[in-house]
Design a protein around this ligand. Structure first.
Ligand code: HEC
Ligand code: HEC
Ligand code: HEC
Ligand code: HEC
Length: 276
């Protein structure tokens, strides 16, 4: 790998610092968030009883992230996988009469999830394998192709899944809306909960506050919306990670089943966005 080490080290340090801040925040508000280690997203040898783990490394993060030379073709933190090139059947193809929002091409963090969950690529495909000289810009199998048997695949037919890469609130939330809590009336479809818009590094950030965590602060337990541009307008979208936090293990507590951001008791995940 030919990387200027100073700036890359900066990235690693800020990543580590970011994680420390996160754990302090969690501790201070008393949230218990189960880690990824030993979870179904731990594909290394330390993960137990999940499908498709490999004995070839003890590393956890490497199956998704690399500190250097990451894939920048999707806006996902330091992504270590080639993205899927599958062509997807979309939710909109069902043509439900009630759908208001427009879909953008399957992208953002959803494409990163689908780089494993559409089943088109082995889970051990990575750009920068553990150890030195393991770099392959196109992505290569690390452990000789981890088994996909029994894996909870969504496949390329997404018409039977909750819509993703879809505008929030029927597309009425405008990038020109000011920061702070937005009024529900700015949403085209009034049956959605209002959310919060903020500006971070000059980029707009949107999320829906849940009852967990701090109001008007973007916590991991909020429904995160992803910034995308459709028809020239920068606006918030629902993606896989709006509902799921891929690091929140389902092993340690009943509140983190299926890597969900919050417990779905009483359908709290659904009611965070849908005013029903
Ligand atoms: C199965 C894939 C996967 C694994 C394994 C994984 N991550 Fe992630 N990680 C993601 C995805 C996807 C995102 C983007 C999530 C989002 O947009 O909220 C992300 C985001 C992050 C972020 C930035 C956002 C945040 O949640 O703070 C950090 C930091 C991070 N990961 C660190 C790690 C570390 C450290 C490990 C190993 C201990 C790890 N991840 C393992 C998929 C993974
Ligand atoms: C992060 C916000 C969010 C969460 C959480 C969420 N939804 Fe949605 N949902 C949406 C958006 C946005 C649409 C697209 C609606 C539109 O544009 O008309 C949608 C669409 C739907 C539709 C299809 C509507 C139609 O007209 O075809 C159904 C049904 C639905 N959601 C049910 C659920 C259920 C059940 C849950 C919980 C498991 C859930 N949603 C969680 C944002 C969310
Ligand atoms: C590196 C490959 C990989 C990536 C990338 C990945 N996953 Fe997974 N995911 C897995 C594996 C492996 C399993 C567990 C298979 C098993 O043992 O059942 C899994 C399981 C899950 C489960 C089920 C957990 C449970 O308790 O049954 C959810 C939900 C999930 N992933 C969501 C996501 C989301 C959302 C993303 C993107 C933010 C993502 N995954 C990215 C490999 C991946
Ligand atoms: C609107 C919220 C929402 C979105 C968006 C969403 N999911 Fe889920 N997902 C859920 C909920 C809720 C469950 C738990 C369902 C249950 O308990 O059976 C779930 C379960 C899963 C499972 C486990 C299925 C099983 O049978 O074990 C996987 C894998 C998964 N999601 C992956 C994804 C991927 C990949 C995406 C994006 C393409 C995605 N999800 C988008 C809400 C969502």
């Amino acid at each position: 790998m030919k990387m200027p080490s100073l700036s890359r080290k900066g990235v690693v340090l800020s990543m580590v610092a970011g994680m420390a801040v996160v754990s302090i925040q969690l501790a201070s508000v008393g949230l218990v968030q189960a880690g990824i280690k030993g979870s179904k997203h731990d594909l290394g040898s330390g993960g137990t009883s999940q499908l498709g783990a490999t004995a070839s490394t003890t590393e956890v993060c490497v199956f998704c992230h690399t500190p250097h030379g990451s894939n920048t073709s999707a806006p996902v933190p330091l992504w270590n996988k080639s993205l899927s090139t599958a062509s997807y059947t979309r939710y909109s193809s069902l043509n439900t009469t009630t759908l208001d929002g427009s879909e953008a091409p399957v992208g953002s963090v959803s494409l990163a999830c689908l780089s494993c969950h559409d089943g088109s690529q082995a889970m051990d495909v990575m750009i920068n394998a553990p150890g030195s000289d393991g770099y392959n810009a196109a992505g290569a199998n690390f452990a000789g192709g981890v088994s996909m048997t029994g894996f909870p695949k969504l496949g390329a037919d997404l018409s039977n899944d909750h819509p993703i890469s879809i505008q929030y609130g029927g597309g009425g939330w405008k990038s020109t809306d000011g920061d702070g809590a937005a009024a529900a009336t700015t949403l085209k479809d009034g049956s959605f909960k209002a959310g919060v818009k903020s500006t971070i590094n000059s980029n707009p950030a949107w999320w829906i506050d849940t009852s967990v965590g701090t109001t008007n602060v973007r916590d991991k337990t909020d429904m995160v919306l992803y910034t995308r541009t459709l028809s020239g307008v920068v606006q918030p979208f629902v993606e896989c990670a709006s509902c799921h936090d891929p690091h929140n293990a389902s092993t340690a507590s009943a509140t983190s089943v299926s890597f969900l951001r919050i417990s779905n008791t009483g359908s709290a995940v659904c009611l965070a966005c849908h005013d029903k």
